[in-house]
Design a protein around this ligand. Sequence first.
Ligand SMILES: Cc1cc2nc3c(=O)[nH]c(=O)nc-3n(C[C@H](O)[C@H](O)[C@H](O)COP(=O)(O)OP(=O)(O)OC[C@H]3O[C@@H](n4cnc5c(N)ncnc54)[C@H](O)[C@@H]3O)c2cc1C
Length: 440
Amino acid sequence: MAVASVIKAQPLVDQTLPINKNILVVGGGISGMTSALRLADQGFQVYLAEKSNELGGVAKNIFKTLEGDDVQPFIAGLISQVKEHEYIQVITGAIIVDHSGMPGMFKTGMQIGPQMFYRQINHGVTVLATGAIPNPTKEYALESCKAVRTQLETHKVIAKTPDTVKEWDNIVMIQCVGSRTADNPNCSRICCQTAIKNALAILEINPKARIFVLYRDMRTYGFQEEYYQKAREKGVIFVKYSQDTPPTVKPEGEQVEVTFTDAILGQKITVTADSLCLSTGLIADNDSSEELAMIFKLPRTADGYFLEDHVKLRPVDLPVPGFFVAGTAHSPKLIKESISQANAVAARAQTMLARDSINLGAAAARVDSKLCASCLICVRTCPFDVPFINADGYSEIDPAKCHGCGMCVSECPAKAIQLMQFEDDKILAQLEEIFEKVNA
Ligand SMILES: Cc1cc2nc3c(=O)[nH]c(=O)nc-3n(C[C@H](O)[C@H](O)[C@H](O)COP(=O)(O)OP(=O)(O)OC[C@H]3O[C@@H](n4cnc5c(N)ncnc54)[C@H](O)[C@@H]3O)c2cc1C
């Protein structure tokens, strides 16, 4: 079979294209800014497009990490380094509206500012760092009772008005609010450590406070476990609840009554809490990621996060060559994990930018115009929208954009399309060989 195929083989020429060494980073949070800085430090021109009017993202609302690092001075330093860098151009108020081109030579159009003026950026690499958003759940009287706050809001009270914390005698924290449910099966990964971070900070300000953490599973992975242990040693009471019997909450004036079942005592306990902190976690920014996925033709997970090309072999590459993903646009992550991934993206992007041309291989589909009936089936079949009807009225496939998946080849009723390296006559020669052997 191999010999029969080789007899029919034609020489193939790899497609190579020059690389535009500019980089477009979409999203000006901690991940986007970190990738932008790393790449700009290597002398590449970076365009950082942020849809809001300022840089920083979600981390602007986080004051301390679990380990006690100050986030705000770090973010402020990052923003000023980015803004002052000679190779970074920050474009705020930017909405990505169109995208074309091929790996190494992309063109992305955006509308900028209140006037929505249009600007097109030519770039060879795209970094997606559009983040995620706080889960907007309204469970447990979150909107109606003043004593009920999210962990992020509690964190702000601790950082900005510590005197309020001194007035709290009983604090209850409920984990997995709006997460690990049928609607949102994801674990947000940040909530367990946030609860412990806030509990330890509350005890620092008000050592007499009684803190109850109602959890389904404590997921303080890695070295976070040390802080979980510290919280237990300091008297924080952890009570496991099951998804079938969640705690109930009843606002009582300035306070809130929280009732839960203690599995060890086997009975219901009611705590009158001065503050109820809900660990609501984060979700993918579906509005943003759906639109960008359509414009850039990128796959997403069922939860709306951008899906990497291969979880172990290409964890920061997206399936379209020249596209990379960093931070919570990819999956829930802590700040330090987002920074690590942003650094990984900068390193991966440089492996591409270090070359002067990009090799796209030779396995691309080719249309025989004499056979093409312009039926549009290939245009509709291609998952990457590559075939188009050209000015001469027949289908054309840009070999630089073709992914070589072969779907148009198998669908074309006129057999007008061949996938180079896997042409029909080579495959038929192989099959004839095996049929002859079977019939002999
Ligand atoms: C509620 C919550 C609490 C958290 N608590 C902690 C904690 O205690 N400790 C910790 O270490 N980590 C915590 N994190 C995680 C931490 O915030 C993230 O790891 C980090 O902020 C990720 O940065 P990022 O740049 O990937 O995303 P983001 O900070 O979300 O930034 C994304 C940026 O992209 C922009 N953007 C979005 N869509 C577009 C678009 N279409 N075009 C252009 N720009 C766009 C956004 O405006 C934003 O500025 C928390 C996250 C959340 C949501």
